[in-house]
Unconditional design. Sequence first.
Length: 468
Amino acid sequence: MEMTSSQYISTRGGIEPVNFADAVMMGLATDGGLLVPARIPKVSQATLEVWKTLSYPELALEVMKPFVGDAIPADELKALVDASYATFDTKEVVPVKPMGDSGLFVAELYHGPTLAFKDVALQFLGNLFAAILKRRGGRLNILGATSGDTGSAAIHGVRGKDGIEIFIMYPEGRVSPLQERQMATVPDPNVHCIAIEGTFDDGQRVLKEIFNDLPFKSSMHLGAVNSVNWARILAQVVYYFWGSFRVQEALGKEIPLQVCVPTGNFGDIFAGYVAQKMGAPVKRLLLATNENDILSRFFNTGVYTRGDVHPTLSPSMDIQVASNFERYLYYRVGEDAAKVKALMEAFKQGTPICLEGQDTDFAAGRGDTAMTLATIKKYWEFYQVLLDPHGAVGVAVAEANPLEGTATLCLETAHPGKFPAAIGQALGDESLATHPALEALKELPLRKTILKPELPVIEAFMTQEVKA
Ligand SMILES: *Cc1c(COP(=O)(O)O)cnc(C)c1O
């Protein structure tokens, strides 16, 4: 039988197809691959015409329906989507604006509760987990390790939800005070912040050890919220349609656009790739990295090979290996799971991935620290647009890579108020970067437990908290 867009298979070919709810609960496929829909539906021109008239939550519902199938009834999915975007501070959810006469447009993805684009996916994922647990019964204990942004967006996605506890580890004294406040001031009893005495890498190591402790994992119903979860990708597909429609309206022309994406783990831009395959008016995806340029090198040379991690002003893009790249690889090699499995296993042993030819759906560039600072300054002085350092990397790369005959939409992934030090460095005045929601946190008490990054210590703490 022909498979559908609501059945999920592994990029490594080792699992029987599962439905949407199982794919969401599984996170990473059990064969070590990533889950992808068996088919990506193509949207007709007539449907696109209707989609142009929809509000953001209405559009989100239509984009998601074919991927959800009958795993969640349509009325329940609608309620869930509406609730997920009602927490944003603007009715548009993702406002799209021209940046002066620069010829570039910006999509503000930072209007959610933690002021970064991860809210677009994690507000939805939190509600989705709660809905799936309600139908199936049972509980979920989420464990994550964060160097900053993901932890707070995940916490805000599940705070106060029945049947869910969340444990987030971060390195004590090594995240910014602002980032710590966004996590550790949340008062809900199901939120547990663990400040570990160590580095981010210690957190990652103990996280892996705990997920490999299979008896603990199953008795605790342990779940993950990292960016390999398919539901996170799905929620991000929506704004590629939304953003392109809004720019087309502003231009008064129905031309396909270039979309520029500040990239770390390749989750956001992979969502753009799915949107393009569905028929969104996206002519080319422009991938922007900072000095951690494994992905921009890949798209320019065809060789995917590990580099060292360089700390930059855009920390959420400081990655070495992009966890969602495998999904792209799967399509790039013609949906050949055996080939993906062989390439990924060899990569793990240290062999670079080398591909022939170029993918004309993509272009890529690198914006370094000097370009980031100069771009923040230029867009503030010329256009009174205050970019955050991640968005600025994108804008710098967009300026260097125009696409003839069309406009570029730049994704702005965080509010500048989250990165006052970088704004201070660019403009000489940190106080330009403020947000009332962040100011309000300064008054609130911190709620955290300081622990050693050791498996028995963390597991004992989790067990005790879940019992209580
Ligand atoms: C996570 C993040 C990114 C990178 O997104 P990916 O999906 O990992 O490519 C960019 N900017 C900000 C502010 C982020 O939090």
